[in-house]
Ligand binder design. Structure first.
Ligand code: GDP
Ligand code: MN
Length: 381
């Protein structure tokens, strides 16, 4: 889960990182009032969960409250890489002397957090990484020791930070690292961290990505999720307790277990089709869960066939079959459905499905057979 810039900066401030004290506006009028209250100039910034807002015209300076209102009017409703702007942050504008990059992320290969800094921060940091990677100073952090003072000095020295700013920089770097660890983040980034007109460091942009699997222990962060910024299917899936990821193919997959779900996706590809989604309905698979999953799969206009692949371990196949039948009472399905049920009580499960004589339902004994039938059905549809 990604936090918006304004959410990230509020969190940074809790860790002693200096940030501009702006406010969020949902309308041009609100932007006017915030600018009036803060004093001008201000910077009006699109709050969307994607980077490169500056280059897309989503970050604009304003010298008067009237101008802030106009800029907010321009930016609200804008489309930035398929993200619609529904709110803007109005921050006091800074006089930028230089732009530094500072970020902490997970280095999976090294199995350690990695903190990076560059004197060439700002909107072209990806380009810096591509063309002159040596201009990004990197320190791996031992998770048991935490970020050490000598590592902070290496970063400050490496980016040629003026000595008088080392103390401020040290507080910011250790605050950012603590914020990263304590938020169970996969990324905590300040870009740019600026030297402002009075020669102090200030975090004018912020990004935090949180590991979804750790959100259960951060109810305060989980609450910050902006459901207006994600596909409705993902919101519905989360509410139903399903793991769902939309893909581009034509075979809707309803599977219990993440590993089996991935295998099922592979099998559709093996036989020349492609999966419309990843979906793990989890254990149990009650009628309501199956119904919720089916609604989400069918809402995707690309889906031409639905493949149920259920392996009954603790989950009993007869229960799943009843779940499917109960869900089908609520939902009319005009697409071919291919069902493969194996494992505990499979005979009973299949008998229930056969007796119900559901239109468009085809049963299969093996996954290979089911995947083949699903691909054929999708191509015929
Ligand atoms: P991003 O493009 O999504 O990363 O958005 P940023 O918040 O990083 O803003 C992009 C660029 O706008 C920054 O790199 C700065 O150059 C500029 N910018 C942001 N805030 C200010 C400000 O307060 N004053 C000035 N002069 N420039 C700003
Ligand atoms: Mn930025």
């Amino acid at each position: 889960m990604n936090l918006h810039e304004y959410q990230s900066k509020l969190r940074f401030a809790e860790y002693g990182i200096p940030t501009p004290k702006g406010q969020v506006a949902h309308s041009p009028q609100q932007a006017y009032e915030i600018a009036k209250e803060l004093g001008v100039p201000v910077v009006v910034k699109a709050q969307v969960l994607t980077g490169g807002r500056g280059k897309a015209g989503g970050v604009k300076l304003a010298r008067t409250p009237e101008e802030a209102q106009q800029r907010a009017d321009d930016i609200l409703g804008m489309d930035i890489r398929s993200h619609k702007v529904l709110k803007v942050l109005v921050d006091p504008a800074s006089n930028i002397q230089s732009e530094i990059y500072l970020g902490v992320t997970n280095d999976r290969a090294a199995r350690k957090p990695l903190i990076m800094a560059s004197a060439q921060g700002g909107m072209d940091i990806e380009e810096v990484n591509r063309t002159t990677p040596e201009k990004i100073i990197r320190e791996h952090v031992d998770p048991f020791l935490g970020l050490r003072d000598y590592q902070i000095r290496n970063l400050a020295y490496g980016i040629e930070l003026p000595r008088e700013l080392w103390k401020q920089f040290g507080k910011i770097a250790s605050g950012l690292y603590r914020c990263y660890v304590e938020s169970d983040a996969t990324l905590a980034e300040i870009n740019p961290l600026i030297i402002d007109g009075s020669g102090n460091l200030l975090a004018v942009d912020g990004k935090i990505s949180i590991d979804d699997n750790a959100l259960y222990r951060h109810p305060d962060l989980a609450e910050l999720r902006d459901t207006s910024a994600e596909p409705p299917a993902e919101t519905q899936a989360r509410a139903a307790g399903l793991s769902y990821i939309k893909l581009d193919g034509e075979i809707g997959c309803m599977v219990n277990g993440a590993g089996l779900a991935m295998t099922t996706m592979d099998m559709t590809k093996l036989y020349g089709g492609s999966p419309a989604n990843f979906l793990d309905i989890g254990g149990g698979a009650k009628a309501e869960t199956v119904a919720a999953a089916l609604r989400i799969i069918l809402a995707d206009p690309n889906v031409k066939a639905v493949l149920f692949n259920i392996f009954g371990g603790i989950t009993r196949c007869d229960e799943v079959a009843m779940g499917i039948l109960a869900a089908l009472k609520d939902i009319k399905v005009d697409l071919p459905m291919i069902v493969r049920l194996v494992g505990t009580n499979e005979t009973e499960g299949r008998r229930l499905l056969d007796e119900a004589q559901v239109p468009h339902m085809i049963t299969a004994a093996t996954l290979a057979e089911a995947a083949q039938k699903a691909v054929t059905a999708a191509q015929g549809a």
